[in-house]
Design a protein. Structure first.
Length: 124
């Protein structure tokens, strides 16, 4: 019984990593297969969210508290570096998202379309 419980706990511990894989695969598929610029931007945002979830998952320790508490009762703290990297990644992601959306607006105003097949004037 104890062996089964440990095995189930190990499987449950892998769920965040499976969610990371799913988010990155969905984001990559959106970027590669969609032809609308807005949908491609959404795909990049999904990939970014997957990477942020991966960083947070790496910093998790079982029965730990946030590293901001200096007087923790158990003494076990989660790793602060992945949390700092995630905060930095979120800030950079917001800036990149704003840049991508401004470029999409510029492209739409210039070409009157968001379909990448119609941009550039090249032959198909």
């Amino acid at each position: 019984m104890l062996y089964l419980r440990r095995k189930v706990n190990k499987m449950i511990a892998n769920i965040p990593f499976l969610a990371v894989m799913a988010m990155i695969i969905i984001g990559l598929a959106t970027v590669v297969f969609k032809r609308n610029l807005i949908k491609m931007v959404i795909g990049v945002s999904i990939i970014e969210s997957g990477v942020n979830l991966f960083l947070i998952t790496l910093g998790y320790r079982e029965h730990s508290v946030a590293p901001i508490y200096t007087a923790s009762p158990g003494g076990i703290m989660s790793y602060p570096v992945p949390q700092a990297l995630t905060l930095t990644s979120i800030v950079i992601g917001v800036a990149v998202l704003a840049l991508m959306l401004s470029l999409v607006i510029y492209i739409y105003r210039h070409y009157k379309t968001l379909d990448i097949r119609k941009l550039g004037g090249g032959e198909e």
